[in-house]
Design a protein around this ligand. Structure first.
Ligand code: SAH
Length: 283
């Protein structure tokens, strides 16, 4: 008797020229915050998301980019080994030559200052994304200033990579929040695998005020960051000592800066990586 077929899985791929890649990725991550697969070849970059038939995101905002850059969208049914594919594109990542974020199935060839082992499951956060890197760099700056201590909240924790890095740098207690149960599961499992204590909380940052913390790190999109700023407005007691924001595009940075300045924070520094921007604020 033939084995029962597993649930069908669809791979939705968006291919574009390298020059359009950052914009396509930014749009896709809004639609698929749990992460996208990335592949590239001569003259093209391809991003793919996986899901059950009927549960794939509508690509309207991605396809709209085709007005000024050619974009090719393909869907295909994938074979049963799909869960292994995530592993194929999760490589060890070094940040500032000090932090190593690696999958459990790849050993490090030298000792980092901070090592984080992640198995991202279905959650976003292998450390490879420029927005995550910039957050880690800002956390390292805090550590170098002797300020990696006190409570920290990681807003949109995904696989927990920033929360775990922060704990290992000396912050604590650390709370990791996300709206996706799969992210909270991944963050808890990764915290245990790294031997660190992490409190996880399910919070929808579109409508709920995040937990209080002296340091807040938030790798989210610009609209969500601005939403968080407006949620804070009626809570002047909340102001964190330091807020590290990432996930915004360069052209969105002034708006995000203004949104948090309006709630009493001051821009301390900005970073840029390709089209992505990050902003560090202080009270
Ligand atoms: N901090 C990780 C993951 C960033 S991806 C890293 O830097 O690698 C952004 C995360 O925000 C995702 O895990 C997504 O589930 C979460 N997120 C998206 N919208 C949210 C919302 N409205 N409330 C809470 N979390 C949200």
């Amino acid at each position: 008797m033939a084995a029962a077929p597993g649930p069908a899985l669809i791979r939705l791929a968006v291919r574009c020229a390298p020059g359009a890649a950052e914009r396509v990725l930014a749009e896709l991550l809004v639609l698929a915050p749990n992460g996208v697969e990335e592949d590239e070849g001569p003259g093209w970059v391809e991003y793919a998301v996986y899901g059950a038939p009927g549960e794939m995101p509508e690509l309207g905002s991605v396809e709209a980019l085709a007005d000024d850059a050619p974009i090719e969208v393909r869907t295909e049914e994938v074979p049963d080994d799909w869960s292994d594919r995530w592993r194929d594109f999760h490589e060890p990542v070094w940040i500032a030559d000090r932090v190593l974020i690696r999958p459990s199935w790849v050993e490090a060839d030298r000792r980092p200052e901070v090592e984080v082992v992640t198995d991202p499951g279905q959650a976003f956060g292998t450390g490879a994304h420029p927005t995550t890197r910039m957050c880690v760099e800002m956390l390292l700056d805090a550590a170098d200033a002797g300020e990696a201590r006190g409570t920290l909240a990681d807003l949109g924790t995904g696989s927990g990579v920033l929360a775990i890095t922060a704990t290992k740098l000396g912050f604590g207690p650390v709370v990791a929040v996300d709206s996706e149960p799969a992210a909270l599961e991944a963050a808890s499992a990764n915290a245990a695998a790294n031997g660190v204590e992490l409190e996880v909380a399910r919070v929808n940052l579109r409508e709920q005020v995040p937990p209080l913390a002296e340091t807040v790190v938030a790798n989210l999109t610009a609209p969500l960051l601005k939403g968080v700023a407006s949620l804070l407005a009626p809570h002047p007691d909340w102001t964190p000592r330091r807020l590290l924001c990432s996930g915004l595009l360069v052209h969105e940075a002034d708006d995000v800066a203004a949104a948090f300045e309006a709630v009493g924070l001051e821009v301390q520094g900005r970073r840029q990586s390709g089209d992505w921007a990050a902003i560090g604020f202080r009270a």
